[in-house]
Design a protein around this ligand. Structure first.
Ligand SMILES: Nc1ncnc2c1ncn2[C@@H]1O[C@H](COP(=O)(O)OP(=O)(O)OP(=O)(O)O)[C@@H](O)[C@H]1O
Ligand SMILES: [Mg+2]
Length: 274
């Protein structure tokens, strides 16, 4: 991988929630795709170590995983080349890299949180963006990740009272951590799914408005997983795909252009980090 020459200090975006099945993997795979489409160097890390779905959603068959990287780090320390343990995802001229979750449960269990953080730090040196998909627990690994992250995408859905209660616990816990206010981005997914609970009531309960709201589109979401092609890479598009692109545009403060094949001019972020 000759492209990785200079040391950079990539932006780390963690996708976190306090309930499962709220869209962490769908959104992180789409954000990785959209950033890559814009010409950024992107690595998506699957730290849903035991039950990771990134490789399934992208139909990848990884030869090496986070477990292999940990083994190599144990032998070589920080001299390890983390990029050699990644699996490329390619669609037309869009490419990004995935650090896959371990293949076996016992390997996942044996990943050490400190080593996992070293992996992210290593990847930060060679990627503009390191996106990390997680699980919905305040585990040692996730707490360390939240600390290390530049941005935390805290995702929620409004379906049942227990989910909302857990979102409240999550958002209060994140507030207690006293991070910079801009670090935590509260994102509502599947907003127009059938529910009796209003978004406004949830915002009042959480004490803040949602940073971004994504629509419910079960068909588009399931089709993209079935095909292994994230929504933002499909021309023709869907409302959900557009909303995901808008989310990335807000993160990067730039207006996206609409094609996969056209040459995309470098953004200020690429100029700074490139
Ligand atoms: N905006 C949406 N509209 C409709 N369906 C969606 C939307 N976002 C996600 N889904 C669907 O919800 C399910 C869960 O999504 P996903 O796997 O991304 O959640 P997760 O938070 O990663 O779950 P887990 O905690 O199990 O890792 C998937 O079947 C996905 O297709
Ligand atoms: Mg997931």
């Amino acid at each position: 991988m000759g492209v990785f020459t200079q040391e950079i200090n990539g932006v780390v975006i963690t996708f976190f929630s306090t309930a499962s099945a709220v869209g962490k993997t769908l959104i992180s795979t789409n954000m990785a795709s959209e950033l890559a489409r814009q010409g950024k160097k992107v690595c998506l890390v699957d730290f849903d170590l035991q039950f990771g779905d990134v490789s399934n959603y992208l139909q990848l068959l990884p030869q090496r995983t986070a477990y292999d990287l940990q083994q190599a780090m144990n032998l070589q320390g920080n001299a390890v080349r983390a990029e050699e343990f990644l699996t490329p995802y390619e669609y037309h001229n869009v490419v990004f890299y995935v650090l896959a979750a371990p293949a076996k449960l016992e390997e996942a269990y044996n990943i050490d949180a400190d080593k996992a953080m070293d992996m992210v730090r290593q990847l930060q040196k060679v990627f503009d963006y390191v996106l990390v998909d997680t699980t919905s627990t305040f585990s040692k690994l996730n707490l360390a990740l939240l600390d290390l992250s530049t941005i935390v995408s805290f995702l929620g859905i409004v379906d049942f009272i227990p989910t909302i209660k857990n979102m409240k616990i999550g958002s209060e816990t994140l507030k207690k951590m006293n991070y910079d206010k801009n670090k935590i981005r509260l994102i509502l997914n599947r907003s127009n799914a059938k529910t009796r609970i209003s978004i406004e009531d949830v915002e009042n309960l959480l004490g803040e408005p949602f940073y971004h709201i994504l629509p419910n589109d079960f068909q588009a979401a399931s089709r993209s997983i079935k095909d292994g092609v994230p929504l933002v890479l499909r021309s023709g598009g869907s409302e959900l795909g557009e909303a995901l692109r808008d989310l990335v545009a807000r993160y990067t403060n730039r207006v996206y252009d609409d094609t996969v094949d056209e040459h995309v001019p470098e953004s200020w972020l690429a100029r700074i980090f490139g």
